[in-house]
Design a protein around this ligand. Structure first.
Ligand SMILES: [Fe+2]
Ligand SMILES: [Fe+2]
Length: 247
């Protein structure tokens, strides 16, 4: 039983595509077909695929119907994490989504899903993304402090949600964890964060994240091993639509 992950499919079967990067960048051309083919080649029915947020451009469930259909037809068990663009997913309605899509899709927030002897825990997360002010050499000399304050509130709310997820897994007897965040675990100003420290506190083995698009953003946060945790970016364009093998 294998575990795979990828994020940021940004599907738009029913909605007009407004994202310029998606229209411009060759790596996004027919990405749904590429990804479906890649999944069919490697993922088996007994495997698990975690979709790490930003599933659809649809603004509500009605506008996401075909996108959800596409996801449910991918092989294996599909677990969805909430991304910043997932307008269809009201944070308070995760349980309702789990009921509505029971047997087709699973929604990870304030809960966990078992995978062998691991608990898959996670939440959307958050990190401060500026705007930053640069000097002529491109060095950061300041940033929007009001925005930074707003960002701190979002970070602490998401940290609570991650703790709820960890605690529900621990209460069920799990001691091995893999953490999923949609946002990178650290901003470009940070070496660690409440999310990395919590992952260390619970002894998580891996922290998987997405959200960073385009070459200029791929190395905004941590890659590889740090303090005993493997960090991995799995945004779809970074992986060229090849789901990453996690376990
Ligand atoms: Fe995204
Ligand atoms: Fe995102």
């Amino acid at each position: 039983m294998a575990l795979y992950a990828i994020g940021d499919l940004h599907l738009h079967f029913q909605t007009e595509l407004k994202a310029k990067a998606q229209l411009r960048d060759r790596s996004w051309r027919n990405h749904e077909q590429k990804f479906r083919r890649n999944c069919a080649e490697r993922i088996h029915p007994e495997d698990t695929l975690v979709l790490v947020g930003d599933h659809s451009w649809g603004r509500n469930l009605g506008e996401c119907e075909q996108d959800m259909q596409y996801l449910s037809e991918l092989p294996g068990r599909k677990i969805l994490l909430r991304g910043n663009h997932d307008m269809f997913w009201d944070a308070k309605k995760t349980e309702a989504l789990n009921k509505q899509f029971c047997g087709r899709l699973c929604f990870l927030q304030d809960n966990f899903f078992p995978c062998d002897d691991y608990a898959l825990v996670g939440t959307k997360g958050h990190c401060f993304e500026g705007p930053f002010y640069l000097n002529r050499r491109g060095q950061i000399i300041g940033w929007d402090e009001k925005n930074e304050e707003r960002s701190k509130k979002l970070v602490s709310r998401e940290a609570e949600r991650l703790r709820t997820s960890f605690e529900s897994a621990r209460a069920a007897g799990f001691r091995k964890y893999i953490v999923f965040l949609h946002y990178p675990p650290t901003s470009i100003l940070e070496d660690d964060s409440v999310f990395t420290r919590m992952a260390e506190e619970y002894g998580a083995e891996q922290l998987i994240y997405a959200h960073s698009h385009g070459e200029s953003r791929f190395y905004d946060s941590i890659h590889g091993e740090k303090n005993g945790i493997q960090y991995r970016l799995v945004s779809g364009d970074y992986l060229n639509w090849q789901p990453a093998r996690i376990l």
